[in-house]
Design a protein around this ligand. Structure first.
Ligand SMILES: N[C@@H](CCC[C@H](N)C(=O)O)C(=O)O
Length: 281
């Protein structure tokens, strides 16, 4: 089985080309591929399948040729992955599965259609506008923090740290405790602290994330969108552009009246052959 490895600000993925949807991708196989010692290693898997050939993509087949079948490293799947979508588009273009054009490239996802533009080393994807819908708490390392529940296609809880807590000091080796009645399907939890002003954007936030299904990662694109939306709300603005620094690098998020653009580097680093029988059972 052929694979490519790619990442967006350190959020890394095993990319599996499967145009006709012939691959029997199971939670066990995804977890084995993502195993960092016995597999290829990754925060998740991106299966590249024609929208017409995937049951969850077929409804969008008239609008997008390709469906991003995203799975978390524990074998669960998610509605959306912002960095995944950016890396997916880089893969489509570098392999010739899609042709660069002046128009934005549509990609089908479980959360609907996203559109991408490539700007040199950066890939930007346009997703739905984040929706702030509730408040909830997360408990980490004995501290309970109140934050905003945000829907970016997938669920997020954004908690700003008080000045007494340092972002780098948080123990994210285990999942923060959250109220399962607010997040019945689990949640990605972002912790934030303000950054110094960055020229060209309206604000700057630093974040770390504990992802549903993948533990702490170096970056989360939908998480950055959720964080930007909360920062804009807190500043009293409806729209704007925020710089969001993650442990793996820098993302830029522009929230408009209807949508949200996520922009940052997306890189393919290797291509190879997987020896299926050698993967952990
Ligand atoms: N890292 C991703 C989000 C991946 C999905 C998430 N773990 C979930 O289960 O919702 C991103 O870049 O958005």
């Amino acid at each position: 089985m052929e694979f490519t490895k790619g990442h967006g600000t350190g959020n890394d993925f095993v990319i599996l080309p499967d145009p006709d949807g012939a691959l029997d991708l199971t939670p066990g196989l995804v977890a084995a591929l993502c195993d960092r010692r016995r597999g290829v290693g990754g925060d998740g898997v991106l299966r590249v399948v024609r929208a017409a050939k995937h049951p969850e993509g077929v409804a969008l087949a008239g609008e997008a040729e390709w469906f991003m079948d995203y799975w978390n490293s524990d074998g669960s799947f998610a509605e959306m992955c912002g960095n995944g979508a950016r890396v997916f588009v880089r893969y489509l273009l570098e392999t010739g599965l899609a042709t660069p054009s002046g128009a934005a490239l549509p990609v089908a996802t479980r959360a609907g259609l996203v559109r991408a533009r490539v700007e040199g080393a950066e890939v930007a994807v346009e997703m739905r506008r984040p929706r702030l819908y509730d408040t909830a708490t997360a408990t980490v390392g004995g501290f309970t923090l109140t934050g905003a529940a945000v829907d970016v296609g997938n669920p997020h809880l954004v908690c700003a740290l008080p000045a007494s807590l340092e972002l780098g000091g948080l123990d994210l080796t285990r999942a923060p405790d959250v109220d399962p009645s607010v997040f019945p399907s689990g949640v990605n939890v972002e912790f934030t602290t303000p950054g110094e002003p960055v020229e060209g954007t309206d604000g700057h936030v630093l974040m770390r994330v504990y992802e549903r299904g993948s533990a702490e990662t170096l970056s989360c694109g939908t998480g950055a969108c959720a964080v930007a939306a909360v920062a804009l709300r807190d500043a009293g603005w409806e729209t704007g552009t925020m710089t969001v620094d993650v442990p793996g690098g820098r993302l830029t998020v522009t929230v408009t009246d209807d949508t949200c653009w996520l922009s940052g580097p997306a890189v393919l680093v290797a291509t190879g052959e997987i020896r299926l029988p050698a993967l952990p059972a």
